[in-house]
Design a protein. Structure first.
Length: 162
C-alpha cells in the first residue's frame, strides 16, 4: 500500500479517493464518520472534496485497518498518540521560517504591548501606569425653546385659595 501513486493535484473527488485507496464508497463514508476532519465540503450540502493530505490519511487508515488489523477506535488512538509528536515537530520549526523576516522583533513588540495592557489592568486607581480618565465636564443648564434658562425652585409655591 505504500507504493500507491497519488496524482499530483490539490483536490480529489470521493470517487477518485476510493479508486486510489481501493476501498468502496461506503467504507470511505464510515471512515469520514469516525474522522470528521477527513475531507472538506465545498459548500454546505455540497459534495466533499479531499486534499492530498486527506488521501494520504485514507491510505494510512487502510494500512492500519487491513494490514495491522486495528479497529477504527484503535486507529483513532494511534492518531491521538502521534498528535503530540506532530505538534512538537511544528514547534521545533524556526520562527523566521514560520513568520518571515523580523518575526522576533514583531513578536517582541506584541509581547511588550500585552505586558503594558496587563500592568494597566492590574494597577489600582491612582497607582502605576493607569491612564487618567477625562474629568466629566459640567454641562450648563438646559435652555428653554425661547432661550431663557429655567429657575431653581426649592419648593412649589402654593396659590392662595387652592
Amino acid at each position: 500500500m505504500a507504493d500507491v501513486e497519488i496524482p499530483k493535484r490539490a483536490l480529489f473527488k470521493a470517487s477518485e479517493v476510493c479508486e486510489i485507496a481501493g476501498v468502496q464508497p461506503y467504507v470511505l463514508r464510515s471512515w469520514e464518520s469516525e474522522f470528521p476532519d477527513l475531507g472538506v465540503s465545498k459548500s454546505s450540502g455540497g459534495p466533499r472534496v479531499y486534499r492530498r493530505a486527506d488521501v494520504e490519511r485514507v491510505l494510512h487508515i487502510k494500512q492500519l485497518v487491513v494490514v495491522d488489523g486495528l479497529t477504527l477506535a484503535g486507529v483513532r488512538r494511534r492518531f491521538d498518540e502521534q498528535l503530540p509528536l506532530v505538534l512538537e515537530q511544528a514547534e521545533a520549526a524556526p520562527i523566521k521560517e514560520l513568520l518571515g523576516r523580523n518575526a522576533k522583533e514583531r513578536l517582541g513588540e506584541v509581547k511588550r504591548g500585552l505586558i503594558s495592557i496587563l500592568e494597566m489592568l492590574n494597577a489600582r486607581p491612582g497607582e502605576g501606569r493607569a491612564y487618567a480618565q477625562p474629568a466629566a465636564r459640567a454641562l450648563p443648564p438646559a435652555k428653554r425653546k425661547n432661550g431663557s434658562r429655567p429657575t431653581k425652585r426649592s419648593s412649589p409655591k402654593k396659590r392662595p385659595g387652592r
